[in-house]
Unconditional design. Structure first.
Length: 483
């Protein structure tokens, strides 16, 4: 047969059969294959599965206003359940290789900023309220309006500040940094270790974990954070069995009696939508909700655009496919996270690992979500991780968030000073809310002093006014005779 006849035969041949799954997820249309989607789903899970360990540790180590702590096993179940369900929903509804789970930074706000002011039910109710408000913003189109109100450098500074805050939490949780007792009569608030030096096997595990994590990150090893957590946990178990160690803190690394267990759904549905208003002032509650919305708001927008761009899914105008549905599902994930007491769930930038493996559609999410569902039955194995093995991940995530600092123009004082205050105040006051407030107020004041007040969006003026009241709440209450 001649070449011409062969070419004609190929032209007349029917196109390869496309399955209904392929058509629904547009796998072939986006230049992917079922194999790539499956590999991508696995890669995404292994690069973000650390949240199954870190979220219970962050939330479980904090106490609410009444001294109550959440159960670690129940937290692990809730974290895995929300991640599994919402990741699958995003895959089917949004058709993007974008996995969701409890957001780092957001859970820190809940644990260390909100819970001390109210009960856990009230705190989780605020998460549900935040998610509902985000959904409203998406439906009404106001999300874009708020996006435009806050200057990009301040958004980046918020990310950097949260990164430093998370890293500081990691150092403190591991015992690498500790508070100097007031009896020491010193102006230095913190110190190295428990007595100015690093002592004990647990701290050695933490230090080795940090070195291993940063080494793997530098080598761009997929799953670097998870590999470090697993490796250091194994080392901690070995050390604990051989050495005489008084305490590891919250979690002792001991091999469980059984690897499988029935999931404990005891925290599901434990939230009070408006209970927070009876525990704290209305202004405080409003600002806390705003902080949650702001953190979730811009992290999601950046993640969605970044993942879509890396996957080559942006259209000619740079728009994300199915953006409305994607943002609505992300808002619903926050609601689900609060309702399950797992903190606000959000889109994960670690989804880029799956995209790197070739994932281009939501089918990869079915794999990732399925693995999270499987993790529901391995809670005994996941709750043996000591703080010293998991805390290096907080330091590493802090570094990753810190990289946003390069995008801030430090030569422009009207931008640089508010950005600096945002970044510095968060870890120094152990409060994300305070950092955001300091940055907003500084931005408004400097623009006004420079005669450029018109450059400040009215939404930013209104928010800054709320922060001014927030910072001055004590003298205001005295003037009004509230106290």
């Amino acid at each position: 047969m001649s070449d011409t006849q062969q070419a004609a035969g190929r032209a007349d041949a029917p196109p390869p059969a496309v399955s209904s799954v392929d058509r629904f997820f547009k796998i072939s249309a986006r230049g992917s294959t079922l194999g790539r989607e499956i590999r991508g789903g696995f890669a995404t899970f292994f690069t973000m599965a650390y949240i199954l360990v870190l979220n219970p540790i962050i939330l479980g180590s904090a106490k609410d206003k009444f001294g109550h702590q959440l159960d670690a096993v129940q937290l692990t179940t809730a974290t895995a359940l929300v991640a599994a369900v919402m990741t699958i929903v995003m895959g089917v509804g949004g058709n993007l290789p974008l996995a969701l789970a409890a957001g780092l930074g957001l859970n820190a706000v809940v644990a260390f900023q909100i819970a001390p002011l109210m009960s856990w039910d009230d705190a989780m109710g605020l998460i549900v309220l935040e998610g509902l408000l985000i959904c409203v913003l998406v439906v009404t189109g106001l999300r874009e309006a708020v996006m435009h109100a806050i200057p990009q450098p301040l958004k980046q500074a918020i990310s950097v500040g949260i990164g430093l805050f998370i890293a500081f939490i990691g150092f403190v949780d591991a015992g690498f940094v500790s508070r100097i007792p007031d009896a020491a009569h010193t102006t230095v608030p913190v110190q190295l270790g428990g007595s100015g030096t690093l002592t004990g096997w647990p701290l050695l595990v933490f230090c080795l974990g940090v070195l291993l994590t940063i080494g793997l990150l530098a080598r761009k090893v997929k799953g670097a954070i998870l590999i470090s957590i697993v490796t250091m946990t194994v080392l901690a178990i070995a050390i604990n069995s051989l050495a005489d160690i008084k305490t590891w803190g919250l979690t002792t690394p001991q091999w469980p009696d059984r690897l499988l267990d029935t999931p404990d759904f005891g925290l599901i549905g434990h939230f009070s939508l408006f209970g927070a208003f009876g525990q704290a002032s209305v202004i405080t509650v409003v600002l806390l909700v705003f902080t949650l919305i702001l953190s979730d708001f811009f992290d999601t927008m950046g993640t969605v655009v970044g993942i879509s761009a890396e996957a080559g899914l942006l259209d000619a105008q740079g728009k994300v496919p199915n953006l409305g549905r994607v943002l609505l599902i992300d808002g619903a994930a926050a609601v689900a996270g609060g309702a399950a007491s797992a903190s606000s769930a959000t889109s994960y930038i670690e989804s880029a690992a799956g995209v790197g493996e070739g994932a281009r559609t939501g089918f990869a999410n079915l794999v990732t979500g399925g693995l999270f569902a499987l993790a529901l039955f391995f809670t005994p194995l996941l709750t043996i991780v000591p703080l010293q093995a998991a805390a290096p991940a907080l330091v590493a995530v802090g570094f990753l968030m810190m990289t946003q600092v390069k995008h801030i123009d430090w030569d422009r004082y009207d931008i640089a000073i508010p950005a600096f205050l945002t970044i510095a105040v968060m870890p120094f006051t152990y409060s994300i809310t305070n950092g955001i407030g300091a940055g907003f107020l500084a931005y408004v004041v400097i623009k006004t002093v420079l005669g450029r007040a018109k450059e400040v969006h009215w939404l930013l003026w209104g928010t800054s006014a709320l922060f001014l009241v927030y910072f001055a709440i004590d003298p205001i209450e005295q003037v009004l005779g509230v106290k």
